[in-house]
Design a protein. Structure first.
Lengths: 263, 263
DNA sequence: TGACATGACTGGTCATAACCAGTCCTATTG
DNA sequence: CAATAGGACTGGTTATGACCAGTCATGTCA
């Protein structure tokens, strides 16, 4: 008989019937926290689904919902007939899907920060107005920052947000090194991005980018362009990222959602 | 009252109780096919979940399972209180998660192909043996190919596969332009990759790569390194891809799985 | 001693049933 | 005529209960 896993995962740990979050989300968060905190070792075995049902006093459908999310995120994997196991993580940065620079940094025990490059209202060029469904030349907030990991330049980030959605955004002092744009969107403007479309490519760094990222030219950079939409399917912003390839590679964990055909 | 969607999605369309695939997978495939074939227009509205229940004669849990997958793949999106909508797709290549070069090409109506660069058995260098959990110097099959889209060079792909798992793989003539490594793994060796770990970065192309991809040096390339594991969690292969940035950018569709925090 | 059957597990699938909060049209009311 | 209150929908969440195929340790039989 395997030892009661209650010592690893607090019984009722974080499951609160009055919590506004859905139960499956709470289970997801509780399990993820246990794994991230190292209470469950890498390659370790999780309690079985039916044990989790008893631990958290929720139905199996709820447990399975949480488990499915964790599998799809690549955090755990399942072996039918055997159990659930914590996935070993790769060497570099631990990302699942593309996530917040800030949250990634914290998850990797690096301290995030930024230096302001530019913050003003501009008329959107066509390559910005089109994906945001705006009229050409419409006013957008331009926010350009050099993002730092432990004070080391890692990414050049430029955001464009329609002015209409974020009145007064530039009243804030964006030179403050730890201000988070997305926290501002959430808390001040109640804008919650729900889905996004991301394009990855590579190109040679411009002289300015190379200088900021401390790359000797000619240098290759990884580019990530993302359009985000809110829960009503309205475009929220356009983000362009220019990554230092060595200081900030990206890692994806994939799993058996649908077909896992490969290259 | 909205018109019966039965004209768009064949009633019982593809749902077969004797099909070995799970019901939710069949529903997923049927809906995906309807969308891909254009029976359901972009930004169009899908039948409601309860209508799908009647259409396919399955329970709502099954329909929701399929719907959840499609949402997570970014194919559709949901608006509570309103309905399910086909997601508009972006300009470039339509990828969801990283998928088969061959299947991506076909989905984008481009014809895939390859030119053989190298196919032989080598002793694995450390950077290959480590991720594959092999002893340093263990024998691996090296397969290096220049992949083509409509006969235009797009990606340099190099695979390493432990010899022990694929005896006789090199007996085949890999110079044949349309042979698929993963079809071979599936059909001949019954190896089914289930999950993978992918690292994306950028670097300057080597002279050979630049020449093959028809890029004038100095040129930046997008690199994708992937380790795949099978359903028993054994490493299957290591793939290194070198992408022509303009001919083969990558697109990801993300959705509200877990937290959609951003950069 | 070795091969085999058993049974207690595991995750995977599917059904039925209910309630909630949000959307949207419609009919009633002021 | 405008504001409001229903009611009929939507997807989102959760419960209970059941069966399947695979894994694995154990005990039995040859």
């Amino acid at each position: 008989m395997q030892q009661a896993p209650a010592s690893f995962i607090a019984p009722q740990g974080g499951i609160d019937r009055n919590d506004p979050r859905p139960l499956h989300r709470q289970v997801y968060d509780a399990l993820l926290a246990s794994i991230r905190d190292g209470k469950l070792p890498l390659r370790g075995k999780l309690p079985s689904e039916r044990e989790l049902v008893d631990l958290y006093n929720v139905s199996r459908i709820t447990v399975r919902h949480a488990v499915r999310e964790l599998i799809q995120q690549g955090v755990i994997h399942s072996q039918p007939g055997k159990g659930l196991y914590v996935a070993e993580r790769g060497g570099g940065f631990e990302l699942q899907v593309l996530k917040s620079f800030t949250s990634i940094a914290i998850a990797n025990r690096r301290s995030p920060g930024h230096k302001l490059i530019e913050a003003r209202i501009v008329h959107a060029p066509l390559e910005v107005s089109r994906p945001l469904f705006l009229a050409p030349g419409a006013e957008v907030v331009l926010l350009s920052r050099l993002r730092l990991l432990d004070n080391i330049p890692a990414v050049v980030q430029t955001d464009w947000i329609p002015v209409a959605r974020v009145p007064g955004l530039l009243d804030l002092d964006w030179a403050v090194a730890n201000r988070s744009l997305y926290a501002e969107l959430r808390e001040r403007y109640r804008i919650h991005p729900k889905r996004g479309q991301t394009t990855l490519s590579a190109r040679l760094a411009t002289d300015e980018e190379a200088a900021m990222l401390e790359l000797p030219p000619p240098a290759a950079v990884l580019t990530v362009d993302q359009i985000a939409f809110d829960d009503r399917n309205r475009p929220v912003n356009l983000t362009a990222l220019v990554h230092h390839p060595a200081r900030y590679p990206l890692t994806l964990l994939q799993s058996e959602s649908g077909d896992f055909t490969q290259y």
